[in-house]
Design a protein around this ligand. Structure first.
Ligand code: SAH
Length: 262
């Protein structure tokens, strides 16, 4: 480290899925103390305008964004590298460590790095409908931009076989219009058609829309790139809901009945 230079730092933060009340006090402090914000433009737009220097970018350039954040920190800036939700879930924290591992600039190794957790979309979506993630679950990104589609299908099949509740991020986009339909078709061959499915769109935003359906009835065209999909296990069930916020709660009990465990 150059002793003449003011020490910079790099903190990786997640803003939560939506409203500011889902942004942790720790992340609010980091943002207040940062000089520079680096991230996908729409995420930076959620942070009130202030004295920060903003370095917004397109969604597809995670690695170059991580490099920029490291370069700024080496230059003495206090940098917040910003993701939505939690920064470790299909987000910038891994991109940062990929850049660090590449070692392209030896000065990066001296940057003090910290990762702060955030509320991930699956947690907010689950809370809206009750407790669907109350027993063992697994999480997949349905995007085949960064892994082969065959691997996605293999993981879905094995997750169904293991009777996990399944949370799907990145279910659909303009460039990936058919993947969710294909994933549901695969799961229908392995799971009961009555399995509860939740399509939680834009949770916490003004246009939030949460639909509870079944694997048999689920229409993939009702999901978009801001939707989180939850697919139940064999134990996930509905309870009548009387608070006016929907017809049913969705929950997965804490365990299996003794006969099913034996
Ligand atoms: N790091 C983020 C996930 C980034 S991947 C997190 O922890 O939440 C982007 C995907 O997250 C979207 O395609 C969608 O599946 C999900 N997502 C993000 N915000 C959401 C929201 N407010 N409501 C529902 N799903 C959301």
């Amino acid at each position: 480290m150059n002793p003449m230079r003011a020490p910079g730092s790099l903190t990786v933060v997640g803003l939560g899925p939506g409203p500011d009340r889902w942004l942790t006090p720790e992340v609010a402090d980091v943002l207040a103390q940062s000089t520079d914000l680096v991230g996908y433009g729409p995420y930076l737009d959620r942070i009130p305008h202030s004295f920060h220097r903003r370095h917004g970018s397109d969604n597809r350039v995670e690695l170059s964004r991580a490099r920029l954040a490291l370069d700024l920190a080496v230059a003495g800036r206090k940098v917040a590298l910003v993701s939505g939700g939690d920064p470790g879930v299909f987000a910038m924290a891994s991109a940062l460590f990929e850049a660090l591992e590449s070692g392209d600039d030896p000065a990066w190794a001296d940057v003090p790095v910290r990762v702060c957790p955030g509320v991930s979309a699956m947690l907010a979506a689950a809370a809206r409908v009750g407790a669907p993630l109350g027993h063992d679950f697994c999480v997949l990104s349905l995007s085949d931009n960064l892994k082969p589609w065959d691997l996605v299908l293999k993981r879905l099949r094995l997750a169904a076989e293991a009777d996990f509740v399944i949370a799907l991020y990145n279910p659909i986009s303009k460039a990936r219009p058919w993947q969710l339909g294909a994933a549901l078709d695969t799961l229908r061959t392995l799971k009961d058609a009555a399995t509860p499915v939740v399509l939680a769109r834009a949770v916490g935003r003004h246009d939030e829309d949460v639909t509870i359906t079944t694997l048999g009835d689920c229409d993939p065209t009702t999901a978009d790139m801001r939707t989180l999909v939850l697919i139940g296990s064999s134990q996930t069930r509905l309870l009548p809901r009387t608070d006016g916020n929907g017809d049913a709660w969705v929950y997965t009990p804490r365990g299996y009945a003794p006969a099913e465990v034996a």
